[in-house]
Design a protein around this ligand. Structure first.
Ligand code: ZN
Length: 166
């Protein structure tokens, strides 16, 4: 089996059977993401244990790439701390945008997304969940992220945090 076929099968499998799909009870942070170019929408809920993502779920409706990407991401970031998640995000971003970036070992199954860079219009479908995760993790970001605005968002738009100590 060629690597390309293996990658395609991973994407198809995660689209048909998304992992960590649904709503998370007792979540510490939520964020919504929207990719107007394709119509992908997703909501992430994250449960934190200190600096670590203890649990994560997503829901929403999007194309196969956005669903598979969110599913793969949810598996990859569970149990990881913020620094690790940030590094993973950088690796995924390079994988999606640099034509000759070889998938690093840290990517694991996320390497399956490397085929997306052959379709530049779909890169935002694959990166939407990561931008949404950033918004959920960082205070001072907008509760709804869209792929059509710059990464900097006004700091007074605090992300919607629930379960915060009073
Ligand atoms: Zn899409």
């Amino acid at each position: 089996m060629e690597l390309k076929d293996l990658y395609r099968d991973v994407i198809l499998d995660h689209n048909r059977h998304p992992r960590n799909f649904g709503r998370l009870e007792g979540a510490d942070a939520h964020a919504e993401g929207h990719n107007p170019l394709c119509g992908d929408r997703l909501t992430l809920s994250v449960k934190l244990a200190g600096d670590r993502i203890e649990d994560i779920r997503f829901e929403g409706k999007g194309c196969a790439i956005s669903t598979a990407s969110a599913s793969l991401m949810s598996e990859a970031v569970k149990g990881k701390d913020r620094d690790t998640v940030r590094r993973l995000f950088d690796s995924v971003h390079a994988l999606l945008t640099e034509q000759d970036a070889a998938p690093g070992a840290e990517l694991g199954k996320l390497a399956a997304l490397s085929g997306v860079r052959e379709f530049p219009a779909r890169v935002k479908c694959a990166s939407l969940c990561w931008h949404t995760l950033n918004a959920a993790l960082e205070r001072g970001s907008a509760p709804t992220v869209t792929t059509e605005v710059p990464d900097e968002v006004p700091s007074d738009l605090a992300s919607r945090l629930v379960g915060e100590p009073q």
